[in-house]
Design a protein around this ligand. Structure first.
Ligand code: AHG
Ligand code: MN
Ligand code: MN
Length: 321
């Protein structure tokens, strides 16, 4: 029992849900091929456009979005999709029972430097009380996710996925099959590693700055141990490291831009990662509450994120009280 189909069904996923995951994985394999080809396929560099969030779109952002969108909208089970690279949600089959949201390519600034990038996805049940073309379909708290995962295009292409229970890791083999390679990820409760973009510290609230100052103070400070720092500039890479060996990852709220209190998006970044982290025994919070219980207000809503090793997340939250 090593393939995605068998593992997810044993985890309690319905065959239709697993079939939908297989479609996402088919698209991800296509994206993996484009990422691997890089300059040979002419896919590096930027487009002339920005997405609705004011970010420059890289060519591969647009290509990956189109690959996922085309594959998903062909499927009769899909009621609607939402993507970082689409202004609004996109309606599928009104009788479809699933919603899919995705960050087609996370870590865009890594594309042109051959760094880690990945696809983050989440599946929700479609709401019968809301039209399929309404973005209200997606205003569901993360706790309602039926499945969440990412495909990391790194040294190996990996799938990390949960259907609400354990978080499992598969590796793409030479035959194009995802093979179970870590049956049950477990994040150690304690850590000595943090992933935070320190260049933003002048924009942080003072309590968060105090927390990070105390990490940096190491064994001479109140935390009484030395910490190491890692930053991938791709949430998918940073979260993967936390899942594999523990750590804390945070992108806190900041005051850089008053219309944008935080950077990461709730629907297709924070919520799927929160489900995976909790499935591996970690914690995932905003500065005040469990991410999975937040009631979304808008499609591209941004939230502060603090996730990873349970005791370290608790220690961080204690500074913010
Ligand atoms: P995306 O490439 O999908 O826009 O997401 C990038 C996000 C996230 O992956 C990462 O943790 C963060 O932005 C990096 O931010 P910095 O530019 O501050 O390093
Ligand atoms: Mn992203
Ligand atoms: Mn992206």
């Amino acid at each position: 029992m090593h393939d995605v189909n068998d593992v997810l069904q044993a985890d309690g996923a319905k065959p239709e849900l697993v079939a939908l995951v297989e479609i996402i994985l088919g698209a991800a394999k296509h994206i993996a091929h484009c990422v691997r080809q890089g300059a040979l396929a002419g896919v590096l560099g930027s487009t002339e456009d920005e997405n609705i969030q004011g970010e420059t779109q890289k060519k591969l952002d647009v290509i990956a979005n189109q690959i996922l969108k085309d594959a998903l909208l062909e499927n009769r089970q899909v009621c609607a999709i939402a993507s970082e690279e689409e202004d609004t949600s996109v309606a599928g089959n009104p009788a479809g029972t699933y919603l899919v949201a995705f960050d087609p390519l996370d870590g865009s600034s890594n594309i042109d430097i051959n760094g880690q990038v990945g696809t983050i996805f989440t599946i929700y049940p479609a709401r019968a009380d809301v039209a399929c073309d309404s973005e209200l379909q997606f205003h569901q708290p993360g706790i309602q996710q039926l499945c969440a995962g990412y495909v990391l295009y790194g040294g190996s292409t990996l799938l990390v996925i949960s259907v609400g229970g354990a978080t499992r890791c598969f590796t793409l083999d030479a035959n194009g099959n995802f093979v179970l390679t870590e049956a049950e990820l477990q994040i150690p409760a304690d850590t000595r590693e943090f992933a935070i973009n320190l260049s933003n510290q002048r924009f942080w609230r003072s309590a968060f700055k105090r927390y990070v100052d105390d990490l940096i103070a190491g064994d001479t400070g109140p935390r009484a141990k030395n910490y190491n720092m890692r930053w991938n500039a791709a949430m998918v890479g940073d979260v993967h490291r936390v899942l594999m060996r523990g750590g804390i990852f945070s992108y806190p709220s900041d005051s850089r831009n008053p219309s944008q209190p935080a950077k990461l998006r709730l629907l297709y970044e924070a919520n799927p990662m929160a489900l995976l982290i909790e499935g591996a025994g970690g914690k995932a919070f905003t500065e005040t509450q469990r991410i999975l219980t937040l009631q979304p207000q808008t499609l591209h809503q941004r939230v502060a994120v603090i996730l990873g090793s349970a005791n370290e997340v608790e220690a961080c939250l204690a500074y913010l009280k």
